[in-house]
Design a protein around this ligand. Structure first.
Ligand code: CUA
Length: 317
């Protein structure tokens, strides 16, 4: 049975059936509980069905109608009471789990991440650490992560199947979610609410690291990147001229992901492998990669300028 159930999880770190965190384990327990209750009901119903089929089948030479009854109070009470009992058994852990998942308790063993969903990308801010990133969420293993979830445009849904969740991203509302990762690894995150043309590609990665590695990453994020070569300097000038408005958040209409440490990422736009060819492909025609992406085409640069821009972005480490 478990083999059949895993059929829908092709991507590693993208399965609710292989949880990697407390919340995910609770989800799986609930799935199992609901499944066993359903199997129990199925077995009882099928047994009665088969019994009735055989007991009251048409027999040769015998054409007797079964005894015709009208209503049976005892039976009716039984088949009302059984579903109530079963639903109560399901409801208790469901309610407990739902509250557990959203109950934020600030402690030494927790960190806070503010998540903002945009069409079609994710921003991750660490208010206590003073850093900000996009598309790739780093978290330390073994610590509770308090997610404060907000939306800026339309409805999205924040979901990391292997860790637990999911929670709606609602503009004008703040939702909370508490997750942890028990094992280091890279887990797939998804937008789970139809939000427009780029919805299916509104992915992100969760990089769960041992605490020391996480602290190294935080230190690196805080360290300013330096521009070294003449080509990178030219790229920086082009970036400031063409990209900064959206990517530094000064354009009121369009906000793009923070690119301060772009060179350290493992994906471009959350989906393409992180290399120069893909970066050029993305810059020249973003909507060909991610339908509905709000980024304008940067297809007017000279090849040499494009080289410089890409070189500059990749040097942001
Ligand atoms: Cu955002 Cu679907």
């Amino acid at each position: 049975m478990s083999l059949a159930l895993t059929g829908c999880s092709g991507v590693d770190g993208f399965s609710v059936l292989k949880p990697k965190g407390t919340s995910g384990e609770m989800s799986l327990d609930m799935i199992k509980l609901a499944l066993f209750i359903m199997l129990g009901v199925f077995a009882v119903v099928i047994t009665i069905y088969i019994y009735v089929l055989i007991r009251y089948r048409k027999r040769k030479g015998k054409d007797v109608m079964p005894e015709q009854v009208h209503g049976n109070n005892v039976l009716e009470i039984i088949w009302t009471a059984i579903p109530i009992i079963l639903l109560t058994i399901l409801a208790i852990p469901t309610v407990k789990y739902t509250f557990n998942m959203s109950e934020i308790k600030a402690s030494e063993d927790s960190i806070t991440v503010k998540v903002t969903g945009y069409q079609y990308w994710w921003e991750f801010q660490y208010p206590d650490l003073g850093i900000k990133t996009a598309q790739e969420l780093h978290i330390p293993v073994g610590k509770k992560v308090n997610f404060i979830i907000e939306g800026k445009d339309v409805l999205h849904s924040f979901w990391i199947p292997a860790l637990g969740g999911k929670v709606d991203v609602v503009p004008g509302r703040t939702n909370t979610l508490v997750l942890d990762a028990k094992k280091p690894g890279v887990y797939q995150g998804k937008c789970a609410e139809l939000c427009g043309a780029g919805h299916a590609l509104m992915d992100f990665k969760v990089i769960a690291q041992e605490e020391s590695d996480f602290n190294k990453w935080v230190a690196q994020m805080k360290q300013p990147s330096t521009v070294q070569t003449a080509q990178q300097k030219q790229g920086e000038a082009l970036f400031n001229q063409n990209c900064l408005g959206c990517h530094a958040g000064t354009n009121k209409n369009i906000k793009g992901p923070d690119l301060t440490k772009f060179g350290t990422r493992s994906t471009i736009a959350g989906i393409l492998p992180h290399d120069e060819e893909n970066l050029k492909k993305w810059l020249k025609d973003p909507t060909a990669v991610k339908p509905g992406a709000r980024m304008p085409k940067i297809d007017y640069l000279e090849p040499q300028e494009m080289e410089a821009l890409v070189e500059y972005l990749m040097s942001r480490k």
